[in-house]
Design a protein around this ligand. Sequence first.
Ligand SMILES: Nc1ncnc2c1ncn2[C@@H]1O[C@H](COP(=O)(O)OP(=O)(O)O)[C@@H](O)[C@H]1O
Ligand SMILES: Cc1ncc(C[n+]2csc(CCOP(=O)(O)OP(=O)(O)O)c2C)c(N)n1
Ligand SMILES: [Mg+2]
Length: 277
Amino acid sequence: MGIGDDAAILHPANIQQLVVSTDTLVSGIHFKAKDSAQSIGHKALAVSFSDMAAMAAKPKWVLLNLTLPKINDKWVKGFTQGFAKLLSQHQAQLIGGDTTQGPLSITVTVMGETDQAVRRDGAKMDDLIVVTGELGSAAFALKNPRKSKACNEQLHSPKPRLDVAEQVKHMATAMIDVSDGLLADLGHICHASQLAAVIELSQIPVNETVKKHPDWMSYVLAGGDDYQLCFTINMDDEDQLPEDCHIIGQIIAGQGVMVLNHHQPIETNFKGYQHFT
Ligand SMILES: Nc1ncnc2c1ncn2[C@@H]1O[C@H](COP(=O)(O)OP(=O)(O)O)[C@@H](O)[C@H]1O
Ligand SMILES: Cc1ncc(C[n+]2csc(CCOP(=O)(O)OP(=O)(O)O)c2C)c(N)n1
Ligand SMILES: [Mg+2]
């Protein structure tokens, strides 16, 4: 039972693990107020679905908390379109939420199910490090809005990688979604797993327009907002990787993430996205 009562009632039948995540998007921090309402609606849900993908869960129930400066019917219609389209693509259900007046911000809580949640702390020595898709496109588009249609799409309409998550959940030893930038997020896997990583920059898929930009390395390694997956697998499972999965490095002993470019170590002072600096 969903919207209409004081709270939603769930009937979780045959769910082995219920996985829950919440994320807030704030105007001016996570998106621009002038972005299309449709893209804001899509992205608010996509980033939460991306957290489900990172845990190898299938999204089922969603709560939406909207804070709006004023009621603008056209904006609300656009937002709802973007939100509802992604919701129905994954057969998830909006079961409730809250609407308040104030500076534009959106909080989405999503509940999903899995038989095999994948955590950040399971990476093992010698595991291969894999990323999906291309990295750096969204950060590039934020700074260079008129340069690449594909990058703009990645920024405004990211596709949560629930497809890959479903296919790799039984082989991934650790997984995370790349929201704060590869170095930061792979760093979280390393920290949680008490190991280190070495990655080869030339193996990371990068959009060709991004690659031509003088700052491409910082977009790729620390730009954030990618919503691709980064996960680790045992070396023996390499042959079973699905499409659009790219091996970029290996788990080693130690701490932190070491970056090689064509086998040469490079200095990286990139910090990734941080809210409080
Ligand atoms: N204000 C908070 N209260 C309780 N838990 C929090 C809070 N902020 C973050 N967390 C928890 O800390 C962990 C990491 O959060 P975060 O860095 O936001 O992850 P993600 O990048 O996946 O959104 C998550 O388990 C999240 O639930
Ligand atoms: C207007 C605007 N400024 C900055 C960014 C870049 N940006 C916003 S949030 C973010 C990283 C992810 O945010 P966070 O709230 O940490 O997501 P979480 O890790 O909790 O999923 C990035 C790179 C943007 N997309 N739009
Ligand atoms: Mg978060």
